[in-house]
Design a protein around this ligand. Structure first.
Ligand code: NAD
Ligand code: 0WE
Length: 262
């Protein structure tokens, strides 16, 4: 019996087999959780539906997290299918592409800033609001995905770094607000992984090979490894952990100087 058997898990953020959310759903399913999925738009519906079949998912429903009415409809529909929710995975991030290419001060705009923060940070508490009545008093867990760009600068990550800093503060405030009703809130800060979101980034391949050399484990992490950490954080094995940012990055964030002479 898996360590998540009997749990109902809503997974938001699947776009392809490479998505971090796909790695997480695989791990949750393997550990016995029942899965429910959402897709951002009609273009992604078929693909998400087919993943759903593979995990025997309870539903596959539309949800653009930048739209309050879609979030409201989503939880109304879930309330008709499940008697409650134990786990919510938020694996969503977006900034307009031109914000992620060039000098931060040159390329950052008021509109891009607002979109990045809305889709990448506000949407996490928006999902929590919707899920709250279904999650109360069940030892539930919310989990989001962050990146080291929240704490340190790197080329081109730009306004997404600010949005991830906001998201990590969001984790702590949500943990504080929902702890009294038994709901935990955490994040995994993952190392760079080639996904759809990353494929739009100039010289991402170079970043991955550089990262490999500088990381204590001398390799990049996988969506399976992120999935396993996410499954742990959302399980009763992590019942004492909330408001935490757990790094799944091969140790990269703990180093101060890149390896040399090898
Ligand atoms: P991905 O492209 O597979 O997933 C991003 C998801 O966000 C997609 O499923 C997309 O549909 C969804 N999305 C974007 N805007 C949305 C909206 N308005 N409404 C609903 N869904 C929306 O890429 P990924 O790398 O798996 O990204 C998942 C999360 O992991 C993001 O928060 C990302 O910032 C984070 N992350 C990624 C990496 C990496 O290197 N790939 C590293 C650390 C953290
Ligand atoms: O959070 C991310 C990806 C975020 C992302 C990616 C895109 C590409 C396509 C957000 N919005 C968009 N918008 C698009 O139009 N990561 C942690 C992966 C990532 O993205 C980077 C990175 C890393 C790592 C961008 C620049 C530099 C490094």
């Amino acid at each position: 019996m898996g360590f998540l058997s009997g749990k109902k898990a809503l997974v938001v953020g699947i776009a392809s087999k490479l998505s971090i959310a796909t790695g997480i759903a695989n791990a949750l399913h393997r550990e016995g959780a029942e899965i429910g999925l959402t897709y951002q738009n009609e273009k992604l519906k078929k693909r998400v539906d087919s993943f759903g079949e593979q995990w025997n998912s309870a539903f596959s429903l539309p949800c653009d997290v930048s739209k309050d009415d879609e979030i409201e409809t989503l939880f109304d529909e879930i309330a008709g299918i499940w008697d409650g929710i134990d786990i919510v995975i938020h694996s969503v991030g977006f900034a307009p592409a031109h914000e992620l290419d060039g000098n931060y001060v040159d390329v950052t705009t008021r509109e891009g800033f607002a979109i990045a923060h809305d889709v990448s940070s506000y949407s996490f508490v928006a999902l929590a609001k919707g899920a709250r009545p279904l999650m109360k008093e069940r030892n539930g867990a919310l989990l989001t995905l962050s990146y080291l760009g929240a704490n340190r600068t790197l080329p081109n990550y730009n306004v997404m770094g600010l949005a991830k800093a906001s998201l990590e503060a969001n984790v702590r405030y949500m943990a504080s607000a929902l702890g009294p009703e038994g709901t935990r809130v955490n994040a995994v800060s993952a190392g760079p992984i080639r996904t759809l979101a990353a494929s739009g980034i100039k010289s991402f391949r170079k970043m991955l090979s550089e990262n490999e050399k500088q990381t204590p484990l001398r390799r990049n992490v996988t969506t399976e490894e992120v999935g396993n950490a996410a499954a742990f954080l959302c399980s009763d094995l992590a019942s004492g952990i909330t408001g935490e940012i757990l790094y799944v990055d091969g140790g990269f964030n703990t180093t101060a100087m890149r390896s040399f002479e090898e």
